[in-house]
Design a protein around this ligand. Structure first.
Ligand code: XIL
Length: 337
């Protein structure tokens, strides 16, 4: 695909068709959102509303923040975010019901299986049931595959057993039969052991009749070593061939360790090529970025100061923004005859 050259000073360069991301794309375009930032950062709020038409709560629905004690729930931030999205006709992707991180202390790895089953059921029924009919989709199980393949050792696996994955999907489906239910993971975008393990897991779940509808590929990428676009396309194609949907669920591209050339131009290419590899495949149904601007990103604390997102710290669009918009728009262009 030709890459529109960027003329400094002119957004997107000479041939820039303009318009926000969501309007360029035939699929929803989302961002991870922190309801607190919506209140205290006007640039954040304005950019989110202008460019995106879908949101994923970055932390507000995770087990630790939302269900900090066994009988105590902190649902205000999640409620606020869902109400905000509804007020602006944005789609909400729930994130996440069962994950090994950001867990509360009261989840005890020594609990007997019957108690683990009850805890899992109460958590999922309460949270999914609360927003029944209002959320488009949920990440039901997050990052359950270990980096070397095979199921990760988690409190859920230890207490409930390997069947916790299937059980979580069954519980979520019963609590909101209309929601699309996802398995979500990182490092499973292109070719490799982890992608193969994710593929094997979801195929097995489908064989068992588990209500699983899609796979989220996180795409926390490093510009220095991105997955091959052809490998991404092949991986997405094999997941789609199982009858699943696929979405890019948490995209950002780190450039701190990129060497040689202009890191922002490289970042633009990595974003564009990864998205272009997926766009247009029937069943590929959306892209969500893990934040809005470089001013607020989890990358800074997790991997060191970086510039991983589409807007800079002052909410100006970066080269990556225009690369993403090109990739999102390309799939809409009629093919030449
Ligand atoms: C991250 C959030 O962005 C941070 O604010 C939080 O401190 C830790 O979690 N994979 C996921 C996301 O599924 O939930 C993580 O989000 C990033 C990695």
């Amino acid at each position: 695909m030709p890459d529109t050259p960027v003329t400094p000073g002119l957004p997107g360069g000479g041939g820039d068709p303009g318009g926000p991301l969501w309007a360029a794309a035939s699929v929803p375009v989302g961002a991870a959102v922190d309801p607190d930032l919506l209140q205290r950062d006007e640039g954040y709020r304005a950019t989110l509303l202008r460019e995106f038409n879908a949101v994923t709560p970055e932390n507000a629905m995770k087990w630790g923040p939302v269900h900090p004690t066994e009988h105590g729930w902190n649902l205000d931030p999640a409620d606020q975010l869902v109400a905000f999205a509804e007020g602006h006709r944005m789609r909400v992707h729930g994130h996440t019901l069962v994950w090994h991180r950001q867990l509360p202390r009261w989840l005890d790895s020594g609990m007997p299986r019957h108690r683990a089953a009850r805890v899992l059921a109460t958590h999922i029924e309460t949270l999914v049931g609360r927003y029944r009919g209002r959320l488009a989709s949920w990440d039901v199980v997050n990052e359950a595959i270990a980096d070397g393949g095979g199921l990760r050792a988690t409190v859920f696996r230890r207490t409930y057993g390997d069947g916790y994955v299937a059980e979580a999907f069954r519980l979520a489906h019963a609590a909101d039969p209309g929601a699309r239910l996802y398995y979500n993971d990182y490092g499973a975008e292109g070719a490799g052991r982890k992608s193969d393990a994710v593929y094997a897991l979801v195929r097995q779940l489908l064989d068992e009749g588990v209500p699983l509808h899609g796979v989220g590929l996180e795409m926390h990428l490093r510009a220095a070593r991105p997955p091959e676009p052809a490998a991404i396309a092949a991986n997405v194609a094999r997941l789609l061939a199982l009858g699943l949907e696929v979405r890019i669920s948490e995209m950002d591209v780190r450039i701190r360790t990129a060497r040689g050339g202009d890191p922002l131009a490289l970042q633009r290419r990595v974003y564009r090529d990864a998205i272009a590899a997926c766009m247009g495949m029937p069943g590929f149904i959306g892209v969500t970025f893990w934040g809005v601007s470089d001013r607020h990103s989890w990358i800074h604390t997790r991997f060191g100061e970086d510039r991983p997102l589409l807007f800079d710290r002052d909410y100006a669009p970066k080269p990556a923004y225009f690369g993403v918009r090109d990739a999102l728009a390309a799939a809409r262009r009629p093919r030449p005859v």
